[in-house]
Design a protein around this ligand. Sequence first.
Ligand SMILES: Nc1nc2c(ncn2[C@@H]2O[C@H](COP(=O)(O)OP(=O)(O)OP(=O)(O)O)[C@@H](O)[C@H]2O)c(=O)[nH]1
Ligand SMILES: [Mg+2]
Length: 255
Amino acid sequence: MSRKKTPKSKGASAPAASVLPAANGSRPARPGIARPGPQVRPDGPPQLGRPSLGSGDFYDVAFKVMLVGDSGVGKTCLLVRFKDGAFLAGTFISTVGIDFRNKVLDVDGMKVKLQIWDTAGQERFRSVTHAYYRDAHALLLLYDVTNKASFDNIQAWLTEIQEYAQHDVVLMLLGNKVDSAQERAVKREDGEKLAKEYGLPFMETSAKTGLNVDLAFTAIAKELKQRSTKAPSEPRFRLHDYVKREGRGASCCTP
Ligand SMILES: Nc1nc2c(ncn2[C@@H]2O[C@H](COP(=O)(O)OP(=O)(O)OP(=O)(O)O)[C@@H](O)[C@H]2O)c(=O)[nH]1
Ligand SMILES: [Mg+2]
């Protein structure tokens, strides 16, 4: 398999022009971008054999992963934790439109590039994010364990996903902010029950402590890699089992 270089990841300051409405309300807005940079085409099957453009890490195969869920559940923080190993504490800066970052993972000896799209949870950007669903190979659907409304809205998100995403998209449910034990409003069992009802792999995460964050993205990368490259002799990767086995409880890693 040919080796490629991934272009430098785009951050919030990506130069592409925003075509999105100006922020209103009290929250400051983090500028996003309206479409991928010209060097990456996130549509269709995993990218193989693309030429190397610019500097960056080599990769063998690339996939597009989208973060979705209500505003404030921690999508941007989860991505920043995964990409940079840091936590964005302080003022909540709501994402405008859509933004993305790249990260290359080593999955069983293969370089897997995840192009991770961070969507805006605010209702007014819904039509923007709808356009991106069909190109996603995987979706991480988040709620905030301290915000019951964000959990109650999961069914509506699933309806939306059913309508706009590919039928075989890899989907995982994440209950974020488990570090906030005092403010917990959604029990772990309720998350598990909902996930079971819809046949989804499920984990509780914390962008603040990093709990299960790498694991969530690694699990997705393993599943996608297996789907695209599995040799008939290779044992099947089981996403549900992997997440169940490797996932850690909220009480394990409080700093
Ligand atoms: N305690 C705690 N706070 C978190 C965690 N993740 C995010 N937050 C906080 O929650 C707020 C919202 O986080 P964001 O990541 O910006 O939320 P978002 O889902 O990207 O929101 P939108 O961009 O509006 O869709 C911020 O104030 C974060 O600091 C977490 O794991 N634990
Ligand atoms: Mg955000």
